[in-house]
Structure formats: C-alpha cells, structure tokens
Design a protein around this ligand. Sequence first.
Ligand code: FAD
Length: 287
Amino acid sequence: MRYDIAIVGSGPAGLAASINAKIRNKNIIVFGNNNASTKLTKAPSIDNYLGFENLSGVELKDKFMSHIKSMGIEITEKRVNNIYSMGDYFTLISGGDMYEATTVVMATGVEYGKMLKGEEEYLGKGVGYCATCDGALYRNKKVAIIGSNHEGEEDANFLREIASEVYYIPTYKMINKLDDEIKIIEDRPVEIKGDNLANKLVLKNQELEVDGIFIIKDSVSPKYMVPGLEVEGPHIKCDKDMKTSIAGLYVAGDCAGKPYQYLKSAGQGQIAVSSAISYLDKKRIKN
Ligand code: FAD
C-alpha cells in the first residue's frame, strides 16, 4: 500500500499535520507513540497555547490524543530509521519493515542535548541509533546502550538475545523492564573512543570495553535519517511553505528551526500538510 502522506512524529507538529490531512481525506500513516511527545508530558504548566490557560503538559497531551482519536487517526508506534527518496515516492524504513508514501512530513522534533564526544566520528563504525536494524552485527559480542527513553529498554532486551553481554546506561529515570542478565550502569556517558571502529565507552567513573554502542534518543539528526537532505545545524532547511530540499518532503515543528514552541509547531504541521496536498494535486494533474 502506498500512503498519500507519511507523517513522522507525534508531537504537536505531527498531530496537527495528521488532523489536517484527515480533514482533507488523505490516506495517511502517522509514526510516533501514543503518549504523543515527552516534550509535552514533561511540561509542568503551559500558558501560551491559545484557547487554554494554566494547563499541564499531560492535560494538553490528553486533549491532543482525544482529538485525533475522535477523528479515527491511529498512531503507528514505530520509529522510522531512514527515509529514502525514490523519485516518485518515498520508502520509510523502520527496523525490518518498509513503508511507501508519495509525500512525507517530518515532524521529529530536535534533541536538545549535544552529541557525545566521538559519536559523530564513529557513527556507522560501531556506533548506531537503531538496535533492530544493526543488532545482528553484534552476535556474541559486547554492546552498550545509552538510553534516553523507555524504547532503549526494549532495544536492550532485543540485543540481549543476540549479544554476549549488554550494558544499559540510562540517562533518564527508568522503570526497569530489563532482562536480568543486562547490566545497568548508573553513570554519565562522556566519550566514545576507538581505532578504526569504536571499542570503548568512557563514562564519568569507569570505562567499558565494547564492540558496539547504541544511542537511543527521542530524535536523531535529520541528516542521518534522510540521505541528501539539506540541513542547517540540527534543523532541516525549508521555505515558508515548509518545503525542504527534496521534492515531496516537508517539515514542521522544532526540527524546522527555532523558536521551539507548541503553537508554532502545530501551525507548521498544518502548513506542511497543505503543501504536501498541493504537491499531490499537481502530481495527479500531470499523470
Ligand atoms: P516534539 O514534541 O519533540 O515531538 C516529536 C515526536 O516525534 C516525539 O514523539 C518523538 O518521539 C517522535 N519521533 C522523533 N523521531 C522519530 C522517528 N524517527 N520515528 C518516529 N517518531 C519519531 N513550548 C511552548 O510553547 N510552551 C511551553 O510552555 C513549553 N514548555 C516546555 C517544557 C519542557 C520541559 C520542554 C522540554 C519543552 C517545552 N516547550 C514549550 C517546547 C515544546 O515542547 C516543543 O517546541 C514542541 O514539543 C515541539 O513539537 P514537535 O512536534 O516539533 O516535536
């Protein structure tokens, strides 16, 4: 099945994109999670979202989720690892699954923290962002997972079935769902070291000799997700219609640039979908 629009991200930008696409009767798939976004659920109080005053992030998230559910929109709880432009359409890869869509709206947010020292240098050389994609490379080897959310725990359990030893370094308050054999290390990651390939994770108080390191975060830099996409630092380059350097690919929310705000993100979600629909219409007329 080829979707009209694949929306990647379930924060305010992705959800606003999804309701607008649904209103325009488009065949969509929305990737993310049913908790919307940790950037929503972590906000103690929100006072700048038009129409609501003195609302907690969880309350705003509940309103968003109730809105999309009332419209019959479902979130596919999967992480998209790569998006490839195939010329006429896009292929989206999530672990071992593949999806096709004629247009894509990227609403993946931004990672507020900096990259770890050595992370960029060893990316693809012993450092990865997707355990289900690359886990098989570490059969009977030692791996470390730096997890910034509960998805890291799922990835650690998955790797436990393959690797000889799995270390889990949580950078968040975890509710432990890990297999007993996984070693939890409460320490702060500082640097990744290696020769040709990464082989050491330096933590504040110790060093781990490993064959591979997975870093599981809320969002990864778009340039690693979409080959050839033009970026400016952590942001995807776009015009006022939220059009990116790749035809058919649109962007919305924090990943499109500052300011980082809910209402701006939701507004851009709406613009990105309008632009995607104009693109679909033009394409239909041509064919
Ligand atoms: P996000 O909310 O970051 O959502 C992105 C979503 O995409 C996430 O669910 C993520 O898991 C998902 N995702 C990422 N990559 C993938 C992938 N590859 N595949 C599938 N899913 C993916 N702003 C305000 O206006 N007012 C406030 O009061 C306010 N308070 C804040 C308080 C805190 C503690 C924080 C952290 C932020 C606050 N902000 C506030 C900023 C606001 O949270 C962000 O600007 C907003 O959430 C951005 O929305 P977004 O949809 O672009 O991205």
